[in-house]
Design a protein around this ligand. Structure first.
Ligand code: 8DG
Ligand code: MG
Ligand code: MG
Length: 143
């Protein structure tokens, strides 16, 4: 059709956690250009959230992930044409000594580990909203 009706998409973003750090990359995509975001992408037809997380992290960083689990979901109306229901997962690197690679240089300026208490700015809008609300992706340790 010439004028397609926009529809919501499903995104999967991954809090890849190493110690007290999280993996972020500066986006070069039109949506959220120059902001720091988690690795992730769109859910493919028939895919599980876990499989999408594993695939997107591998495609974007070359890293293999482990202990992948669902955290939460947010509804993100990003612009007049972009509405993404984003599933947030967390995981740890399968091999903590493995370094992230910039495998999609047209979409990301580069990946690095950042202390949760000292995140870079600006964060991608949906991620900034979570941080502002006090969200913490790290597992709570038994006390
Ligand atoms: P694909 O073609 O590889 O499937 O998609 P992509 O180019 O990698 O998609 P993306 O924009 O990186 O992620 C899909 C959507 O997920 C994004 O447009 C909005 C939503 N999203 C959030 N927060 C985050 C986040 O922190 N990181 C990523 N990557 N996506 C996020 O709401
Ligand atoms: Mg992707
Ligand atoms: Mg992506």
């Amino acid at each position: 059709p010439v004028t397609a009706t926009p529809t919501p998409k499903v995104g999967v973003a991954v809090f890849l956690l190493k110690g007290s750090k999280v993996l972020l990359g500066k986006r070069l995509s039109a949506i959220g250009h120059s902001t720091f975001a988690l690795p992730g992408g769109h859910l493919e037809f028939g895919e599980s959230f876990e499989d999408c997380a594993t695939r997107e992290v591998k495609e974007e960083t070359g890293l293999d992930i482990d202990k992948t689990e669902y955290l939460t979901v947010t509804n993100n109306v990003i612009s007049e044409k972009v509405h993404v229901v984003c599933i947030f997962m967390r995981a740890v690197p399968a091999d903590p000594s493995q370094n992230p690679q910039t495998l999609e240089p047209e979409k990301c300026d580069g990946w690095d580990w950042y202390e949760w208490n000292n995140l870079p700015k600006p964060l991608f809008g949906p991620l900034e909203d979570m941080v502002q609300s006090g969200y913490n992706p790290f597992p709570t340790t038994a006390s």
